[in-house]
Write a protein that binds this ligand. Structure first.
Ligand code: JFZ
Length: 311
C-alpha cells in the first residue's frame, strides 16, 4: 500500500524517550541506579508507587520546545518522530481521560507535551508516531511488575490499553506509526488492538512488538540486522547509548565525532538493507535536549547533506 511505501521512504526517524523518569536521570535517593535502563528506574530502583507518583508534582517541562525538536530532527535528515506516550511506568505524557496519572492532570504546569509535539510536526511536514507500552506498572489491575518485562495482560488492563490507544488515535491527528512495546498478549488481544488501530487510522503502521504476528513492520533487536533480504518492512531502533533510552545524568558520552560516526555507520547498514533507522534521544526532566545529543544529530545531518543522496 501507499502507507507502506511512504513509511519505507522515511528511512531515518527520531525516537524520543521522555517521561517522569527523565526527572530522575538514573539517580534515586542520591545514588546512581546501575541496573537496567534509566527509563525503567522504577522497576530497578524504586518499586513503590507511593514514592514514584509524587514526582509528578515536581515535573515541569519548562524547556520542552516542540518546534525546536522538530527543527533538530529536520536538520538531522529525519522524516518522522516517535514519542513515548506512555512508558512502562504508566505515566501518560498526554492528556488521558483514563487516569489522573498524566502530564496535564498530575503536574503543576499542565502542559500536554505530546499535543505540542504532534502540532509542531504537522506544521513542519514531519510525520508523528507514538510509542505505547503494553505493560503498565501503575495500572492497579495489571499483572504485578515482573523482572522480564513480558507480563501477561489481564482483561481489565487490555481494555484500558484499548481505550488509551483510541484516545491517542482520535485526539492527536494523523499518527504515522504505533510503536507498541513489550507485553505478552494473547492472539485475540493482539488482533483486537491491531484492528482498532486500522479502524481509526488505516495508514498507521503497527510495530512488531504487539506480538502474534499482528504487525505492519518488524522491529529488529538493538543493532541487529537481518542476515538475508526480507520482503517485510522492518526497522532497527537504536539508542545513542546502549545502556539507556531515557536520560541518565551520569552517562559516559565520549566525543561527538566518534558517536556521530558510529551512528552514521549504523544508519548506512540499516538503510542499504532496506530498513528504517529509528535513533533515540533522552531529554532531561525539564524537556531540554542535551547539547551533546543535539550536536550528534546535527553532525549526522551534515554528513547526510553531503553524501546522503541515496538515503
Ligand atoms: C524496550 C523497553 O523495555 C525499553 O525501555 C525501551 O523503551 C526500548 C525502546 O524498548 O526494550 C527493548 C526491548 C527489546 C529489544 C531492545 C529493547 N530488543 O529486542 O532488542
Amino acid at each position: 500500500t501507499e502507507a507502506f511505501r511512504s513509511w519505507h521512504r522515511d528511512k531515518f526517524s527520531l525516537f524520543i524517550h521522555y517521561g517522569l523518569y527523565s526527572e530522575l536521570g538514573g539517580v534515586w535517593q542520591g545514588k546512581p541506579v546501575k541496573d537496567g535502563y534509566s527509563e525503567q528506574i522504577y522497576s530497578f530502583g524504586i518499586r513503590d508507587m507511593s514514592q514514584y507518583e509524587p514526582l509528578a508534582q515536581q515535573f515541569r517541562p519548562d524547556r520542552w520546545n516542540a518546534d525546536a525538536i522538530v527543527a533538530l530532527a529536520k536538520k538531522a535528515g529525519m522524516r518522522s518522530i516517535v514519542f513515548t506516550s506512555k512508558h512502562h511506568d504508566g505515566f501518560c505524557m498526554y492528556h488521558s481521560a483514563e487516569t489522573p496519572f498524566n502530564i496535564v492532570d498530575a503536574t503543576p504546569t499542565r502542559r500536554d507535551v505530546m499535543k505540542e509535539l504532534s502540532d509542531a510536526c504537522r506544521r513542519a511536514g514531519m510525520k508523528f508516531g507514538v510509542y505505547f507500552s503494553l505493560i503498565d506498572w501503575h495500572f492497579p489491575e495489571a499483572t504485578p511488575i515482573s523482572d522480564h518485562n513480558a507480563d501477561l495482560i489481564t482483561p481489565a488492563h487490555h481494555q484500558y490499553n484499548m481505550r488509551q490507544v483510541r484516545e491517542i488515535l482520535t485526539s492527536y491527528g494523523p499518527v504515522s506509526e504505533l510503536w507498541f512495546d513489550m507485553g505478552s498478549l494473547s492472539p485475540e488481544q493482539s488482533e483486537e488492538l491491531y484492528r482498532l488501530v486500522h479502524e481509526l487510522q488505516p495508514d498507521c503502521m503497527v510495530s512488531g512488538r504487539l506480538g502474534n504476528d499482528c504487525a505492519d513492520f518488524a522491529v529488529m533487536g538493538d543493532n541487529e540486522l537481518p542476515t538475508e533480504p526480507i520482503a517485510f518492512p522492518w526497522q532497527t531502533a537504536a539508542s545513542l547509548f546502549p545502556e539507556t533510552w531515557g536520560y541518565r545524568s551520569w552517562q559516559e558520552r565520549g566525543t561527538i565525532a566518534d558517536k556521530a560516526n558510529e551512528k552514521i555507520e549504523e544508519l548506512i547498514r540499516v538503510v542499504c538493507r532496506g530498513g528504517n533507522y529509528l535513533l533515540n534521544i533522552g531529554p532531561e526532566g525539564d524537556g531540554s535536549v542535551l547539547p551533546y545529543e543535539a550536536e550528534v544529530l546535527t553532525t549526522i545531518g551534515e554528513w547526510l547533506a553531503l553524501h546522503g543522496e541515496a538515503i
